[in-house]
Each structure stands twice: as structure tokens, then as C-alpha cells.
Design a protein around this ligand. Sequence first.
Ligand code: XMP
Length: 497
Amino acid sequence: DGFTAKNLFRQGYSYTYDDVIFLPGYIGFPVDKVDLSTKLTSNISLSIPCVSSPMDTVTESSMARAMAVLGGIGIIHSNCSSSEQAAYIRAAKAGHFPILSNPVFRSPSDRIYSLDDFESSPCILVTQSGDSNSELMGYVSQLHWMELTDGDKEAPLIDYMVKSADAIAWNSDLSEIVQYFNEDGSKIDFVPVAGKSGEIVDMVTRDDVERLRGYPRIVGGGTLGADGEWMVGASIGTRESDKERLEHLVKAGANVVVLDSSQGNSIYQIEMIKYIKKTYPELDLIGGNVVTMSQADNLIKAGVDGLRIGMGSGSICTTQEVCAVGRGQATAVYKVSSIASQSKVPIIADGGISNSGHIVKALTLGASSVMMGSFLAGSSEAPGAYMVQNGQRVKRYRGMGSLEAMTKGSDARYLGDTTKLKIAQGVVGAVADKGSVLKFVPYTMQAVKQGFQDLGACSVQDAHELLASTLRLEVRTGAAQVEGGVHGLVSFEKKPF
Ligand code: XMP
């Protein structure tokens, strides 16, 4: 009944996730017995198999913090200066609270000219340096400022700020923060967060604490490093200047580095792998992207700790059309995992994830985690503001090989030369508002657990073992794919949870 993966994938077709379907197995355990903990690399464990993509419309500080809180990890993009990228890493790691606030800082001699100066923050924090690098001296809330007379509003902050050095420690957990707010019955609805050396790194608002209460409870624990800070990854290219960038990132505390290339099997990447392994033997390194066994073999031999799989399967990618190279993602994941598993190098299925079923397919076909762009880009944690397009709230999402992104520098991913003609391998678009990842990722993980239960797999490791033994698959015809989706209705409401 059905085909083994080995037989199905040796017929010469390039299958995508939607092309294949698993035949159900035997359920001998409740869904809560399914454990999705996994490995990102040989040395880094995650409690959920989710990685956010190093794209400038997906992963900066807020996304990286939230992914780590959920038990996954975020990879900060490199389409910015190395100091900006390092600052994103520091901000993501600076506090334990899942939501970043980006507070507004001023020095005591500064003045507030209008409510716009608050930049939608409930307060302005006053520090000696006027930024986040020093200790708190006081604060001015919007309410307080509005109640001042016109004359008083013209005075420097030192004259009317509330003098307070009250702050919570960077690693305070939610219950400690709730206790802080409960103890203080006054009007203050925010509390600054102090970093390891007492400097102010962030702020927590009462509203954020309330918001978190409405989200599913996160089980499994976040992705913390040995120093108690969230683990955060960062991408770099393979140019000479990336060696200097890497130095900044390592100083900022990057736990893992991704060599970001659309075709990773190159002399540039192999030399970079050797350089990084020699210079930073403790640093985890993910190579890629690859889609074939021989590409993977080269990077594994060069010394990577993890491999990123996918070429042209991303929702914004045009590589397969522009360059005529790539592979269907289901085939790529299966083929590469069959060689990577021999050397125990975990693989990350990158791109092409648009629903929980695709995650079940990627993990069962041999991946240890999935990397997502479009699936996360409409969340409140993704960079950028929401816009309204045709009556729908959307966020911009662009390929790193789009002309727009490459103009900012990401052409290194495509080994482009700034002095030569630029050829786009991606597009600029928009994705629908999905709310917070802190809410929809836990629902997605529950759906993945149900898929695993249907297959009879208790864990990612279990799914890989099933693939090599009893699991059977079939290819879905075009009609079977239509039948497998919603069909025949005049209308329906699409509410995933
Ligand atoms: P999804 O499907 O999750 O894909 O949106 C995200 C992945 O797509 C890759 N990527 C690109 N590939 N041109 C490409 O061919 C591009 O402009 C581009 N930008 C991103 C990348 O691997 C990412 O993780």
C-alpha cells in the first residue's frame, strides 16, 4: 500500500510538499505525548522546530526574541551595517520579557516639544546619556506631560520629570513582573528594564503583560544559552568584509551563524567555513543553501554543524525561473537528509512553508527544523508597519534577491558584484496581518503534533525512523490536491484557530 520514500523519490520527479501525501499510521498515544524538541545544529537544541529566516522583512530584534521565547530561534538578517546587526542581536538578548518595547530615551537637559516625541510610547525615559547606555534618572509619562502648563512644557526634563530609578532586572520572569505591577497601585503602567550592568535596556508595559495573558501558554521552555540569555543567530555572506562583520556579531553574543547564499556549494563558502571553524571553533555554523546530495557532502566535509536546504522554493523566489536551477522542496529535503543523517548533521528545510501540513512533511522527510519567511512576515514581531491594501491589513514582505533589497546590499547572497548588472531573483510583495507569533506559532505546533500523531510518530527522531521503515507515501494528482483543499463551497471563512 503506497510507496516507500526511497522508491517514490527515485523516479526523477522534483516534488514539492503539496505533491506528496503520507498514508496514516497507527495512533497508540495521546497528542500531548508528541514532543517536537529537536536540533538546530549538532550542538544547539530547540524545543520547537521553528527558525525565522534572515530576511530584512522577517528577523530583527523583536522576532529573534519572540522565536527564542517560543523555543525556536531567529536568525538576524545582514542587509544592514555590521553595527546595526550587532545592535539587533544585543536588543534581542537584553531581556527575558517576550515583547520588545523600543522605549524613547532623552537626557535631563532635553525638552519635549510635542506628543510626537513620545513615538507612541507611554513614556520617555530620562538617562544621563540620553540613550539606553546609562542608568535611569527618571521618566515623563504622556499623561504627566499633557497636564503641564504651556510654560512648564518648555522647561528641560530635569525640571519636571518624575525622579525614579525603579527598574526590574533584565531576567525577571512574567510572574515577577505581574507582581511588580500588582504591588504598585498607582497610575504607572510601565516599568523600565535594567541590563546586567544597571543600564536601561527596555521597558515593559501593563498592556503588554495583559496581551501575553491572552496568548496560549508556552510549554517546553525558551532557547536559552549557558549565560541565561536568549540564543540568537545571525547571517553573514562570504565576502572578505564578512570576516570583520562576524567579529562584531560574535562580540554581540551571536550563538550561531548562517552563511547566507542561494547556492552554497562554492569555493567562497567552503573557504569561509574553514576560516570560521579555525577562528571560532566554539561557534555553531550553518552552511547552505543546498538541494543535492553532492552539494551537501562538500559542505559537511568542510565542517558545517547544520545545513540549510532549499533553492527557489521560497514564496518570493524567482531563482528557478531566472537561473533554471533548484529543486522541488520535498525532494530536496528527502535527498539531502539521506546523506546528512549519516554524518548526523541536522538539516533545516528552508522556504515553501505555508501551512502546518508543510511543516509535518518537512520534518518527516528528514528535516530537523523548518526556516520560514512568509509564514512569519505578517506578524507583529516582523519589522515594518502594517498598511491597508484593498481593505486588508498587510505587511511588506520582500525577497532578499529582489532589486529593492539588493540595492541595500543583499546581492552578496547571490554572489552579485556591485559594479555589475543586478539581476533580480526575488520579488517584493505583501502578506496578511497574522497577529503575534507568540499566539499563532503555538497553535501551529499543536497542529503539527496532530499530524505526527496521525502518522504514529512521537517525536522528530521517531518520524525520521518511520520514514526509513514503515512510512508510505503517494503522489497527489492535480485533482487530488484540489480535493485535499476546501472545494465546492460558494464561500467560507478562513480562520485557522
Ligand atoms: P518562504 O517561502 O518561507 O521562503 O517565504 C523564505 C526563504 O526564501 C529564500 N529567499 C529567496 N530566494 N530569491 C530567492 O530565490 C529571493 O529573493 C529570496 N529571498 C529569500 C530564503 O532561503 C528564505 O529563507
